[in-house]
Write a protein that binds this ligand. Sequence first.
Ligand SMILES: NC(=O)c1ccc[n+]([C@@H]2O[C@H](COP(=O)([O-])OP(=O)(O)OC[C@H]3O[C@@H](n4cnc5c(N)ncnc54)[C@H](OP(=O)(O)O)[C@@H]3O)[C@@H](O)[C@H]2O)c1
Length: 283
Amino acid sequence: MNSNKRPVALITGANGGMGRVIAHHLLGSGYRVILSCRPLGNGMHFCKSAVQEFGAGNVDLLEMDLASLDSVKTAAGQLLDRETCIDVLINNAGMLGWEPEVCCGGYEMHNMVNCLGPMYFTWLVRSLLKDGCRVVNTVSVMLRYGKIPVFFPYPPARFNRFERYSCSKLALTLISFRLAALWKEQGISVNMADPGIVNTPIIRLHKWIDPLTDILFRPFIRQAPRGAATSIFLATDPSVEGITGTLFRDNRPVRLPGRITSHPDADRVWSFFINLCTYGNQQ
Ligand SMILES: NC(=O)c1ccc[n+]([C@@H]2O[C@H](COP(=O)([O-])OP(=O)(O)OC[C@H]3O[C@@H](n4cnc5c(N)ncnc54)[C@H](OP(=O)(O)O)[C@@H]3O)[C@@H](O)[C@H]2O)c1
């Protein structure tokens, strides 16, 4: 961590259900927090309210659309221009779509927003991550059901939202393992948080059943503070120092099965990612 200055945290999806909780917690704990939100979304509104509550010197906004490689590159460039160190990078933003969507480069939208976009951003801002810095990637229990198709990260002919979501979170996990190993010697940790099933906008089904689930389901699942707790723990707790490449849930390490830790498609996902980092979307 920065020894002389206040620690700096960057949270993507900071205006989302769990992002807000994480941002409030870190601001309340003395961090200067960079709120990364989608341009033209309600990020600016959230940022203004955070400034009112915590003061302008404690809050910054970084606009970034994780569905766009250009936006990710621009945001990373802005960050490199204005910061010298990011102590904590929480890759929290994520989406669960309800219709097939592709983005820049023809990548399937979940693969881009949940995996390639945040990991590309992390790679680009690597020089801001020093010894002791922590990267927290937000995964999901769904990663266990994910499959990496031969056409990863491009879209399949037939769209299934849960298959696409679980694929993106599995790919995020596989890249997290590799980055953790790559940066371990430099003292940068890369861990993963599984928040559980949490009452936030992302779990909307976009079906007639939504109003019913609002009454019958949402009140009984985890609320955002509990979902956000593991990310906060990984970002701040002294007991996690030196731990990397590990998935946590409820502030405890979770052992993943060998079929995931030694996934047969890990090399393929990694080489796609490294090509993307090396050549941008020119491949
Ligand atoms: N809720 C759950 O049950 C659950 C379970 C497991 C894992 N997770 C993971 O937890 C993380 C936080 O989700 P949440 O539950 O807090 O959901 P949420 O309230 O829907 O928040 C998602 C955040 O991601 C942002 N986002 C979406 N697409 C983006 C894009 N293209 N570029 C930049 N930001 C984008 C959203 O911005 P906008 O407001 O502009 O849309 C929002 O701030 C996600 O990674 C999610 O996959 C959630």
